[in-house]
Design a binder for this molecule. Structure first.
Ligand SMILES: Cc1cc2nc3c(=O)[nH]c(=O)nc-3n(C[C@H](O)[C@H](O)[C@H](O)COP(=O)(O)OP(=O)(O)OC[C@H]3O[C@@H](n4cnc5c(N)ncnc54)[C@H](O)[C@@H]3O)c2cc1C
Length: 273
């Protein structure tokens, strides 16, 4: 058993999109370090494979700023975009994930999504001449990704925020025999001991069930709410503000405040909010 400190960090890197997506997906398997050894082409193949298998939230984990040259397309984008609609009509900029493009009602946007997903061996994502990636600053629409380590308790609350895209470590793909746990700040010496004993019992039961032949997906049923998990959360600065308003409040769970208050300070320090 391992005691883990809850935390949240902004993820920033300037990798090609396929590497970003492959790295994001690897959180599900708790293997994000393994992506460093892959070429961009191998990353792209992984992303294509997630698409083929229907692991679609992977394709949401990067939001592109695309300059559109047709007002018709801008209107379609505005109407259909699920999650966080953001279209700047004056600048003709649409903020979209690969998933939004691939599932668009507009054949042109679907075709653009396919072009991006299926390009072969080319490191730069090829955009047809009618579109180009915009470097415009989006202000409150700017997407920000955050990596969170927290208890299952808190993860359940974070994933209630609907305009976000999420990926979470899977207990089906990750062995939990060395159980990572979070002890709440409010636990004192005595209550902390009781919690650790409960976690120890759960860990032993999990290992016994695994030894008896149960798959991870069944053995995980005995794991407690204090089990630590990892999450990637991607949403706009605008929506992060909303999350901070709710989750830094003194009415929020103390573990949530422990994560969100320093994160809000980091957003402030970087001038994001
Ligand atoms: C102190 C506290 C206690 C809570 N207790 C409970 C509880 O006991 N049980 C429980 O189930 N939940 C509970 N929640 C969760 C809470 O009800 C919300 O589901 C969660 O905080 C997500 O925030 P949100 O609904 O404001 O918006 P988000 O999902 O973050 O969405 C952002 C904004 O988008 C808009 N929006 C998104 N989807 C819709 C929609 N379908 N319809 C209308 N507007 C939408 C709204 O303007 C919303 O503010 C609690 C939350 C807090 C902060």
């Amino acid at each position: 058993m391992r005691i883990v400190e809850p935390k949240a960090q902004i993820v920033d890197n300037d990798w090609p999109i396929e590497r970003k997506l492959a790295w994001a997906a690897a959180i599900c398997y708790d293997k994000q370090d393994s992506i460093a050894g892959l070429s961009d082409d191998e990353c792209l193949k992984k992303v294509q494979n997630y698409y083929d298998r229907g692991h679609m939230s992977v394709l949401e984990m990067h939001r592109m700023k695309i300059k559109l040259f047709s007002s018709g397309l801008l209107s379609v984008a505005k109407n259909e975009y699920r999650g966080t609609p953001w279209v700047d009509f004056r600048g003709r900029i649409m903020v979209a994930s690969l998933r939004v493009l691939l599932e668009s009602q507009a054949p042109e946007l679907r075709a653009l999504g396919k072009t991006l997903l299926q390009h072969d061996g080319d490191k730069a994502w090829p955009l047809p001449p009618a579109y180009r990636l915009s470097s415009a600053s989006l202000g409150v629409a700017e997407p920000v990704m955050v990596r969170v380590e927290c208890s299952l308790n808190i993860a359940t609350q974070i994933v209630r925020h609907r305009p976000c895209s999420f990926l979470q470590m899977s207990q089906r793909y990750t062995d939990m025999s060395d159980l990572p746990v979070i002890i709440p700040d409010v636990a004192d010496k005595e209550t902390g001991k009781v919690m650790l004993a409960a976690a120890d019992y759960a860990e032993t039961t999990y290992k016994t069930l695994r030894d008896q032949g149960l798959k991870r997906q069944a053995a995980r049923f005995v794991l407690p709410n204090m089990t630590a998990t990892k999450l990637l959360v991607l949403t706009s600065v605008h929506h992060w503000r909303h999350i901070f308003r709710l989750r830094c409040d003194k009415a929020a769970d103390p573990e949530m405040q422990r994560i969100m208050i320093p994160l809000e300070a980091e957003f402030n320090r970087r001038g994001l909010i």
